[in-house]
Design a protein around this ligand. Structure first.
Ligand code: GDP
Ligand code: MG
Length: 294
């Protein structure tokens, strides 16, 4: 249970922002910073994913309102890799979440997405860890559910909520099955649209085939804060799921860290020189050559 009532001492937002920048850009202090993180409580990470325009940012905004009422401190990471104009989308999210932009208990960070998608999820793990250690009561991560990377990021979340809109009705069969399977709850937003109930029933039928325990389906009108209390209550009441996807994701991450540590003493240029010398021997054997470095 996450009651959000365990009042935390105040969080230094400026320090959090600076720490996130260090981690995001892999600056020199990053490794030491990550190693020294101390986790004093279980902070649920809530993933909110779904197609562009479904109303995820609006929903996050409305959820924050409800969660704040408990005196909780909330961090939001907004990630939108689909937008080629990242700064533009950043700004868009900021404007939409503007009502909380200066709230003392709400920290919002838009994640610029550079480089590979694999790198994105690796960074998200680190940034979410910084936020968990900072003492927030909830960490919300908004991602666009269009590709594999979002499914990967869902591995990080304790609770993954998939946001859909009634218009997706015809395409419901085509919704990425991965996206269907990662959901701990579905949110049908824009329930002010006429076909919301038809869509809800179709969705329930489909998820009934894919899940043993049927995840709840919520209907919301995020732009009017409709149905948000139910979603907030689900978040507060949800157990921290034992997340198999998370174990897999963290194992992958740990593997890369170990690999990096084990190979950092090897300079590739020097390796090439060594090979050049070793090649002079006509009996050169690459496999025993490599053994020298183990
Ligand atoms: N009709 C209606 N529009 C909504 C609702 N929720 C959000 N919107 C609008 O949908 C658009 C996209 O919302 P946004 O939160 O940016 O979507 P995101 O891309 O999923 O983050 C905005 O113009 C919102 O005002 C809703 O419940 N009903
Ligand atoms: Mg958004």
């Amino acid at each position: 249970m996450h009651t959000g009532n365990n009042k935390t001492s105040s969080i230094n937002f400026r320090l959090v922002a600076r720490s996130l920048t260090i981690v995001e850009n892999d600056l020199a202090q990053s490794k030491a910073l990550l190693k020294n993180l101390v986790f004093n409580k279980t902070t649920p990470i809530i993933g909110i994913t779904g197609p562009p325009g479904a109303g995820k940012s609006t929903l996050v905004n409305a959820l924050i309102d409800v969660l704040l009422a408990d005196g909780s401190k909330i961090a939001v990471l907004a990630i939108d890799p689909t937008s080629p104009f990242n700064f533009g989308s950043l700004l868009g999210d900021r404007i939409r979440m503007a009502s909380h932009f200066n709230h003392p208990d709400v920290f919002i960070r838009s994640l610029a997405t550079r480089g590979s998608l694999g790198g994105l999820s690796a960074k998200t793990i680190e940034m979410a860890d910084v936020l968990r250690a900072a003492g927030f009561d909830y960490v919300l991560i908004e991602t666009v559910g269009v590709g594999q990377s979002e499914i990967e990021i869902a591995g990080l979340a304790d609770i993954t909520m998939v946001v859909l809109v009634p218009e997706s009705g015809d395409e419901i069969q085509h919704i990425k099955s991965g996206l269907m399977e990662i959901a701990d709850a579905f949110i049908i937003n824009k329930a002010d649209r006429a076909d919301a109930d038809v869509f809800a029933n179709n969705l329930k039928k489909i998820i009934g085939q894919k899940h043993n325990v049927q995840p709840p389906v919520f209907k919301t009108i995020a732009s009017q804060a409709g149905g948000i209390t139910q979603v907030a209550n689900f978040i507060k009441g949800a157990p921290t799921f034992k997340n198999k996807r998370r174990e897999l994701l963290l194992a992958e991450k740990a593997y890369k860290l170990i690999q990096h540590k084990l190979t950092q003493h090897i300079d590739k240029k020097k390796l090439q020189q060594d090979i050049a010398e070793a090649l002079a021997d006509k009996n050169f054997n690459l496999y025993s050559f490599a053994d020298r470095y183990l």
